[in-house]
Design a protein around this ligand. Sequence first.
Ligand SMILES: Nc1ncnc2c1ncn2[C@@H]1O[C@H](COP(=O)(O)OP(=O)(O)OP(=O)(O)O)[C@@H](O)[C@H]1O
Length: 987
Amino acid sequence: MSDFSPGQRWISDGEAELGLGTILNCDNRIVTVLFPASEETRTYSVRQAPLTRVVFGSGDRIQSADGWQLIVDDSKESDGLLIYIGQDDQGQWQELPETQLADTMQFDQARDRLLTGQVDRNDWFNLRFQTLQQHQRIERNPALGFTGPKVDLIPHQLYIADEVANRHAPRVLLADEVGLGKTIEAGLILHRLLLTGRAERALILVPDSLTHQWLVELLRRFALDVTLLDEQQSQAYDSTNPFEAGQLILASQQWLFANPHRQQQAEDSDWDLLIVDEAHHLDWAPDHAGPGYTCVERMAASIPGILLLTATPEQMGLTSHFARLRLLDPDRYHDLEQFKEEEQGYVQVAEAIEILDRLSEAGHSPLPPNDREAIAAVIDDPDSQALLETLDDPERGPQQHAVANTQLRDQLLDRHGTGRVMFRNSRRHVAGFPERRLHVSELDAPSPYRHLLRRIARDEDTLDELLIATGLDYPDAVLYPDIMYRHMNSTSLEAQPWWRFDPRVNWLLEQLEAARDADDGGKILVITHHRETALDLAEGLRVVGGIHAPVFHESMTLVERDRAAAAFADDESGCQLLICSEIGSEGRNFQFCHRLVMFDLPPHPDLLEQRIGRLDRIGQQHAIDLLVPVFKASPGERLLCWYRDGMNAFGAPTGIGSELHDVFGDALADALLDAEGLQEIIEETWTMYQTRLDERDAGRHRLLERNAYRPERAQQVISAINELDEDPALPDYLDRALDVFGIDDVTLGNELVHLQPGPQMLDGLPGLTKGEEGFTATVSRQAALARDDVQHLSWEHPLLREIMGRILTGTMGNTAVALLAHPAIPAGRLMAELIFRTHCPAPKSLHINRFLPATAVRVLLDESGTNLSGSVSFHGLAKNLQKVKKAVARDLIRSRHDQLRELLFKGEQEAERELPSIVEAAQTRMREALDGELIRLQALARHNPSVRPDELQSLRNERSALNDAIENTRLRLDAVRVIVTVDKDKR
Ligand SMILES: Nc1ncnc2c1ncn2[C@@H]1O[C@H](COP(=O)(O)OP(=O)(O)OP(=O)(O)O)[C@@H](O)[C@H]1O
């Protein structure tokens, strides 16, 4: 390393990122190098300079400082400087002195790095190859995006998530019954869209009370790092748009809907997906649209993907429900009357499906004539007709009958059903929900309440006075005696607080006492309709019973609310009860508790269902006790009778309550003060309830349920997830990756492992910061689900994604040198192990990886250029290789430059041979998937107007773009390992 000359080009062995260096000057001791691209100058001792001379050879493509390129043919030397000779882009012969090489020439390609002597460790090279192989496998797995989330594999959720996430720009209403997992479904959809590149930015709008719960669920269950935005944080952004603060923004609806300036900023930001929770609050009427509806409507006009979530879509009336569907698809939902009429047609379709179900169990063929006619009446497609013929043909075997049955059922659901836009699962087909037990306690109304009610009943002026004082509408004003009493006595100094005489307070204390010794600590959730009732009640319990009860209502700050919920949830030191207001508790998870006190009753059946839904959720382990105190002969008791006897509202959710309320609400309101006529109303409600239930079972709801869950498809998704969950390659890959990245793992037992930064850990790994303690994780889904503080270590965990991404996009491990001692090969022979990789440039949103992920082609050449890859496997070879010191490796490369160049050239030719079959296989996969989907969608569009025209067109465009992209696939050298044989005893 003595002959440095000014003007020569060298590269730093330890700091290759500095770029191409130029020798500025050199004496006997010191050499000074300028790295113009990084504007750095370094001085080294001549004897130990960690520098490698950059020398190009025949076939290398080099760039001049003026921007033209030369393919090197030969070189000559003049005054210690190299002059390259070769052809430029126009085929002209040119000379290019090394002094005029572009400073910005990159040396991150494997070939350049190798020939300039930059070699990595062998274990890095091994990890790189394995990463390519695993990535290639995982990206094509149909469960991609669903294996990482820490959730139980619940079939109806996975069916919906799969169906929705596979659509182009999904716009759907997720309307499962309360507590069945809409948040989880939305999270799964979002996770898949993000992982597959189909979405990059999402805005999530949720009620104020749920912001934290969403934040925690998205982080803990989905490992998604979401930015929670509020007014205070937004102000910190000054003139920049706060909605650009992250890729995933979570914000409160109350905040955004009340703030036109922030709405404008949200609109100005680019989003791929908008998620709106508790979307029934987006109310609309022909003469008035609520602020939430208006805001979401404006945003929905430009955001391609929309998920609206509500358990009670009709809570604000059918018109609002229809308006929300229109928001998702204005072309499809433009006429409310037509929408109602269409529902009649669903009965026939549901009947046909019912028959197919029966047949699939009984296996008749030929079909009974009535059944055949019923099915034939709803199909008008040749392909459906052909399936019906197959079913009807006794000559066909049971296997063919079964396949035809399933296909015909799917076609009927697809083409004539309801479920492209709305998904609703009910408890009826999601097993495992607990029994609900209603316990009514009839109490004598205290005299102040009796007195007030008598006055109101007798005298209309008193009622008017009450409505003005409370600001409530009738009948809400008469349902809550404590509120009535509070407002009607607000000016009286002698009036005592209602909780002093209201027997519900002592009744509640008795319930607490009775439950106290239960195993679960006797936890009781109390819900009141009004915030004031909740606050007063807490005060009453404190004064009368010496009980401290946290309160949870809409006017509390987020932190206060979460503190209250956490105090209640805590097993050890937790409070026995939590008092919630109606709005405050919406959407919250309290399934660890199974006793619900309805201190009063809500005025709408959907609110009643929302209340029970706090406890009756996935994860509830016990029968649910619904404890309801009512005053004898009061409006509250009459309302209870209507709910219980008119529609079995405490027994199970039916989704009909809203309609019954629309029809009977007014008559009921009249009967609340005067019981006359109540029995009749209840009976009429019950009759209509039964009729609607039958209709529902026969028609729309049945189809909705069928559409929301197809067991066979769900099972396929689950199997694909299980395959990755149980992937034996994962622990092995993890071991190597943790080792290479310098992460320490401590086994804790019970399948748990604690990951922590090791002293040599590479920087910037998610969840691991030097000096901090790391995190506990497990590859077992069940073990992860058992504990909140344990992460699920899957192929989709952010740590693994970062590791794999870093390897695949960087240079790490793309060169290596190793020694091989083999009895059959003489020492001093060269071998090259070349890893090529497909490159298929395409927009991220095409998610080309599902058909053609970066695919590795390995070529192993011996010195003569013979391809040995078929006979010597990667692992077989790797385990026999020995490492070699870097300096030796560099000398070795330098001395074998020409031979290596030849092998690289030969390797390229060998790899190219494999490209056509890779491309062909990818095209076949793509065509099978997209042509199938296109046929399905085209057939569907002929019958079901809920296929948006843009969906079809975009699928065609996608197919053609994918076709072009796959056709243009190229192979590039990704990594190279030089192997030199040695004598066994001379290693
Ligand atoms: N697949 C699952 N794995 C584990 N927990 C689940 C799963 N699905 C739902 N849960 C839990 O069940 C509860 C209800 O789920 P979620 O909040 O998603 O229901 P929801 O339908 O959105 O409820 P609501 O109608 O009240 O808004 C939550 O505590 C959730 O964490």
